[in-house]
Ligand binder design. Structure first.
Ligand SMILES: Nc1ncnc2c1ncn2[C@@H]1O[C@H](COP(=O)(O)OP(=O)(O)OP(=O)(O)O)[C@@H](O)[C@H]1O
Length: 275
């Protein structure tokens, strides 16, 4: 299937703009995520214990921490999957307490550890369905007359143009994850919450995913949960370390790695006196 070329003189908001930077965009009015005192309690067990987070558009923030630290629960709370208290502000709009589909409509997109694509449909059909979620009636009418530029752009960005007509269920593990990310792109998700996107990937797929995150992270707010420290070192522009439901440390990769509290949590070493 032939896809429409993207006119260079008409950049679409999906197209990458530069590279992610520590601290995110510093000019204009960047979008932001501001989490305050986020708390999730399961039957008396506090899984997320008063978390504050600030992430600016253009920053590629990684959320790391030992098993059970509360990383996935934070994303679940932000996307309406578990009840929480506190505040989650997406560029001036409070999203905590809203329903899952309302949060998605407010530009918040997430992926799961296991990709959730429609296995029996083609790559293109998956993207088309995702795009349908954001189309207005006029756009739906226009859609019937040709391909949706946003779908073509997403195919290009995730590198699956050559597999557009392939059944999603037959894709390699990494390709499914990229398709899921593509589905968020066509929904115009401005805030991306990605839960261990490289889990189970080959070395090649990891590198390609890292480059994909760089391409899409430059003009979005991106929070990535990750365990693989080599990947974090390579691609994070900033890191938040979580332990026992609380933020333990935050900063550049070098800063958090040098933090004795982080070393203690990861390696069980005793922090030096005075820290
Ligand atoms: N639905 C639930 N009911 C009860 N406890 C839960 C529920 N979901 C998570 N927990 C508990 O909350 C804590 C945080 O879990 P969470 O999955 O957020 O950790 P995580 O940092 O993402 O861990 P991992 O890196 O292993 O995925 C864990 O102790 C977990 O057992």
């Amino acid at each position: 299937m032939k896809h429409q070329m993207i006119a260079a003189e008409q950049p679409h908001p999906l197209l990458p703009q530069g590279e992610p930077l520590p601290g995110g965009q510093r000019s204009g009015r960047p979008q932001y995520l501001e989490v305050r005192n986020l708390r999730v309690v399961f039957d008396g067990f506090t899984a997320v214990d008063g978390v504050d987070l600030d992430v600016t558009q253009g920053d590629l923030r990684f959320l790391i921490g030992p098993n059970g630290a509360g990383k996935t629960t934070i994303i679940d709370a932000m996307t309406g999957l578990v009840p929480a208290t506190g505040s989650v502000n997406h560029t001036g709009t409070e999203i905590l307490g809203r329903k899952v589909h309302q949060i998605a409509k407010l530009g918040v997109g997430r992926t799961f550890q296991t990709a959730s694509v429609f296995e029996n449909l083609s790559v293109l059909q998956n993207l088309d369905i995702a795009a349908g979620a954001r189309r207005r009636p006029l756009e739906l009418l226009r859609r019937r007359r040709g391909t949706d530029p946003a779908v073509d752009e997403a195919l290009e960005i995730i590198g699956l143009e050559h597999l557009a007509s392939k059944q999603a269920g037959t894709l390699a593990h990494g390709q499914k994850q990229w398709l899921e990310i593509g589905m968020l792109l066509v929904q115009n998700s401005e805030l991306l919450l990605l839960d261990e996107p490289i889990a189970g990937m080959s070395q090649d797929e990891r590198a390609q995913t890292g480059e994909l995150l760089r391409r899409i992270g430059a003009n979005r707010i991106t929070l990535v949960i990750e365990h693989d420290m080599d990947f974090v070192r390579e691609y994070a522009t900033s890191v938040t370390v979580l332990a026992a439901g609380k933020v333990l440390s935050e900063g550049s990769v070098a800063q958090v790695q040098a933090d004795p509290r982080v070393q203690e949590v990861y390696l069980g070493t005793t922090p030096a006196k005075g820290h």
